[in-house]
Design a protein. Structure first.
Lengths: 107, 120
């Protein structure tokens, strides 16, 4: 099965900074990944699909990029409300593996 | 507005069974594939099952294959997860989720979750 590895496991960023987090697939998944945001005690929310398509209503400070095995989620000008866990997910063919997540803390 | 409301969770003993339900509203339920995803306490997300819009195909994670069964009743706008031979490692919050489109397994709406605790 394809393994999705996210890095870093956690990061602490100041409001207004730019943050980049990574997701690496163990095999070529083309552009078939999505990114989700999960705040404490809440359900996950879809941010990005097909690697770079922003979902409806997602602020444009969130950008997804990459293809093949290496993917990046960038948040420009981080806001306090962006504190959350972020997960990547393979979105084609079972099993639909999630990465282990990146925790974003705001200083 | 899309709404997914899970129910049926609770505290059960190892080896027992439980059936979760997810009632959908705000979209044409019978047109969309649906998923179950779980999250153990303080852990990440684990996809566990998918059912096509017409029940023609079902897929499972290896961790639940043979013990869990996903099903749906399109006349009732309801998704189900029947869980048998429950183990302590099945303790988790269970989410149902709607698929964004037919061809890629992107989940664009999630329920609030149903908590399942397996303990003696």
């Amino acid at each position: 099965n394809i393994v999705m590895t996210q890095s870093p496991k956690s990061m602490s960023i100041s409001v207004g900074d730019r943050v980049t987090m990574n997701c690496k697939a163990s095999q070529n998944v083309y552009n078939n990944i999505a990114w989700y945001q999960q705040k404490p005690g809440k359900s996950p929310k879809l941010l990005i699909y097909y690697a770079s398509n922003r979902y409806t209503g997602v602020p444009d400070r969130f950008t997804g990029s990459g293809s093949g095995t290496d993917f990046t989620l960038t948040i420009n000008s981080v806001q306090a409300e962006d504190a959350a866990f972020y997960y990547c997910q393979r979105i084609y063919n079972s099993p639909l593996t999630f990465g282990s997540g990146t925790k974003l803390e705001i200083k | 507005e899309v709404q997914l409301v899970e129910s049926g969770g609770g505290l059960v003993q190892p080896g027992s069974s439980l059936k979760l339900s997810c009632v959908a509203s705000g979209f044409t339920f019978s047109s969309y594939n649906m998923h179950w995803i779980r999250q153990a306490p303080k852990k990440g997300l684990e996809w566990i099952a998918l059912i096509y819009y017409d029940s023609s195909n079902k897929y499972y994670a290896d961790s639940v294959k043979g013990r869990f069964t996903i099903s749906r009743d399109n006349s009732k706008n309801t998704l189900y997860l029947e869980m048998n031979s429950l183990r302590s490692e099945d303790t988790a919050m269970y989410y149902c989720a709607k698929q964004l489109s037919y061809d890629y397994y992107v989940m664009d709406a999630w329920g609030q979750g149903a908590s399942v605790t397996v303990s003696s």
